[in-house]
Design a protein around this ligand. Structure first.
Ligand SMILES: [Zn+2]
Length: 161
């Protein structure tokens, strides 16, 4: 029980960093999504935030940027036993990339009821097309992650009016 609780506290700590990165995206006019990858010993390996608008790149999601940076740092595309933290449930593209990277654990903040591809809309990790077992923890700092996205979309709607 204690081990599980201390793991929960570590998850909260890294999710807090992912929220900070999402705020960087938000401040730059991007949908706020942030991601962090830590290595099997618990050290920071890579970070990313949504850069679609700035990079004019439909694949520049926070998770893809962090996965690429982590693989470069490790000089290995296999991210065995690494943990990826992301504020929002990954989309189909990112879920596919996470499976491709052989990631150990995915920890995310809030479910994405529109495009969530981990368990909410579809389940890519457990689909017949996935040859990799991924551990998933959802709902870490869920309300803070949800609030950040809701605030961003509410502000965007106000600007349009
Ligand atoms: Zn994505």
């Amino acid at each position: 029980m204690f081990t599980e609780y201390s793991e929960y506290l570590i998850h909260r700590q890294w999710m807090q960093r992912a929220l900070e990165l999402a705020q960087v995206a938000s401040d730059a006019g991007e949908v706020p999504v942030g991601a962090v990858i830590i290595d099997p010993t618990g050290n920071l390996l890579a970070e990313g935030e949504n850069r679609k608008e700035r990079d004019k790149d439909p694949t520049a999601h926070a998770e893809i940027i962090a996965l690429r940076a982590a693989a470069q740092t490790l000089k290995n595309w296999r991210l065995h036993q690494c943990i990826l933290y992301v504020t929002l449930e990954p989309c189909p593209m990112c879920a596919g990339a996470i499976v491709q990277a052989r990631l150990g654990t995915l920890v995310y903040g809030v479910d994405d009821t529109k495009t969530g591809a981990i368990r909410t809309v579809i389940n890519i990790p457990n689909s017949p097309a996935s040859n990799h077992h991924l551990r998933v923890v959802g709902g870490i700092l869920e309300s803070a992650c949800r609030q950040q996205l809701q605030t961003w979309f509410a502000t965007k709607r106000r600007r349009k009016n």
